[in-house]
Design a protein around this ligand. Sequence first.
Ligand code: NAD
Length: 423
Amino acid sequence: MSTQTANAPAHESMFEAVLARLDVAAKLMNMSEDVATILRSPIKQVKVALPVMMDNGKIEVFEGYRIVHSTVLGPSKGGIRYAMDVNQDEVMALAAWMSFKCAVANLPYGGAKGGIKCDPRTMSVGELERLTRAYATAMKDVFGVNRDIPAPDMGTSGREMAWILDEFNKVTGEDSPGVITGKPIVVGGSLGRDAATGRGVMVNTLAALKKMGLNPKEVTAAVQGFGNVGSHAARLLSEQGIKIVAIGDHTATFYNENGIDINAALEFAAKNNRVLKGFNGGTLINANDILTCNCDVLVPAALQNVITDEIAQNIQAKLIVEGANGPTMPEADPILNEKNIVVVPDILANAGGVTVSYFEWVQNKAGYYWSENEVNTKHDEKMEIAFAHVWDNASIFKTSMRIAAYITALQKIEQGVKLKGNY
Ligand code: NAD
């Protein structure tokens, strides 16, 4: 890997941080200024107020967003996040990343993202269902099987997708399972979707280790986050012989130099409200220490902006595979590059989820469903091709994997813009 860096200044705004990296990539690949101008503005931004009757009999009004960044390569695709820090800037950044992620994975989609500012952990199932249905109704003209297709993200899962599908079908009077992905199997979901993002992390990790000349059976890994992405990634990496020495979530973080029994951790979390607090498979450590602990591979799979410049200085891993969206702050990029740490960036590393979402949409449209083996085989092939493409661009443009991933995406989007023309 070369040490070409993003040279991006610190940014308050997540969307500005996306644009800073886009600028670096656009300059290196000599992309048309006009295309960069188009990509600086999301094409649609919808903000709604959602009044919901809470269990205490009082109305609470929630902020909801859906932002479509681009539809150059196809209908927009992107998850829905429930978290207290959801805001317009964050959703814009996540929507732009979806445009680039879909292009990197060679999927016929543009990018979008949605979110509701709420704390799902403190809400009852009834409150969450009413909130989710209110959001689906408010977005009935935004969503569409050939228009904009949501999916789960942080704080949402198949349960919310089934409610949105049901509400959308009621409001439109149509039965359109492909309007949303990440659904439970029985209402049109795809086998393999639940584990897909973690699976993509695993495939990218193996591909990177191979390029780095490292044997998976001789490396250790730390995984931050034990939700959808982190728990599947930890399980699948350990199934490949990688020793998982640290895991953690928002309740507890553990280190065990002899390796953590991931199946035991999964069983523990399943019985304990999906959290790790109280698990006894390792020594309790400080939450942030998971990022700088002694390991070969670091998988941040929880929050954004956790790898700051200070943390980057202390990271011991040789390889970072970004399961989460935006875990590395732009100012940490040059430090990681200088330390020759290979970073498989989010828009490649976590593209497995949207790839199998695409397969789910294809199966819904065809009304014909594939075996899990077929889904996984097709997924692995797509991820390996995407990894190779980004790796090659990193060497052609003498840049980091992150900037190379942007270049890979921008090459496709630029072609799409030019071929489709403009007003
Ligand atoms: P999730 O809600 O299922 O899990 C989030 C995990 O992060 C939980 O284990 C939670 O305890 C942990 N966490 C929260 N705060 C933490 C903290 N302060 N320290 C340590 N851990 C903390 O979410 P998810 O779907 O796994 O998403 C995680 C990340 O992956 C997000 O950035 C999301 O955008 C990204 N992502 C998800 C998918 C998907 O298919 N679910 C696809 C692509 C990217």
